[in-house]
Design a protein around this ligand. Structure first.
Ligand SMILES: Cc1cc2nc3c(=O)[nH]c(=O)nc-3n(C[C@H](O)[C@H](O)[C@H](O)COP(=O)(O)O)c2cc1C
Length: 192
């Protein structure tokens, strides 16, 4: 492909779409939820997950105090919830009552688990490092919540049951479906 080359990244949306998720936190009786597109698994053993949160966010304050966070994966059909918690600050409002967000109980932490999530992790913070205008907060996953019937026996999301919420940038959401699934055995395709 012919490419245009530049030295300045700008807003660098080229690596999107990304799964849009909702980070939850609580501290001292206050709780909050915010949208995140920058997050990743980091290690299987132990299970470790990272989230990139700007230190100016209210959520950052709660996570810094409690050393815990939750990450919740809601389907494309709940993209309005992602936009709502990503477009408002918990400094000003209680997003749970304002946006009618229902919770399930966490088991190892105090973080809210979203009822609409098809999967959620409870994490204990093990590291926090600031890079530029965001902090890479790393958590060990100490509890996993998974909706029944939406993952296959091999652990893969069943796209006939759930449409993941993907974020394209520019306030635009999309998803995918079973017609875009193909199985490519790495043993076979990796052979020289
Ligand atoms: C789809 C989407 C993805 C976002 N991803 C991130 C992210 O990865 N990191 C971040 O710091 N802010 C991200 N934001 C912005 C925060 O969600 C937003 O600033 C939010 O209002 C912060 O809430 P708080 O002040 O209550 O913590 C995202 C917003 C949207 C809508």
């Amino acid at each position: 492909m012919l490419k245009v080359v530049a030295e300045h990244a700008g807003a660098f949306y080229q690596h999107y779409p990304r799964v849009a998720a909702i980070v939850t936190a609580s501290s001292g009786g206050r709780k909050n939820a915010m949208a995140v597109a920058w997050h990743s698994s980091i290690s299987f053993k132990p299970p470790v997950y990272g989230i990139s949160i700007a230190p100016k966010r209210y959520t950052y304050q709660l996570i810094s105090e409690s050393k815990q966070f939750g990450i919740n994966f809601v389907p494309y059909e709940k993209a309005e919830m992602i936009a709502a918690v990503g477009g408002s600050s918990g400094n000003m409002i209680d997003k749970f009552s304002e946006f009618n967000i229902a919770e399930d109980k966490s088991i190892k932490t105090e973080v809210p688990i979203l009822r609409d999530a098809y999967a959620a992790y409870e994490c204990k913070v093990i590291d926090n490092k600031v890079f530029g205008d965001h902090a890479w907060i790393i958590g060990e996953i100490i509890a996993v919540h998974v909706a029944e019937g939406v993952f296959r026996a091999n652990g893969m999301l069943d796209l006939s049951q759930v449409h993941p919420a993907l974020y394209l940038g520019g306030e635009t959401y999309c998803s995918t479906d079973v017609s875009y699934v193909k199985f490519l055995d790495r043993e076979k395709y990796g052979k020289k």
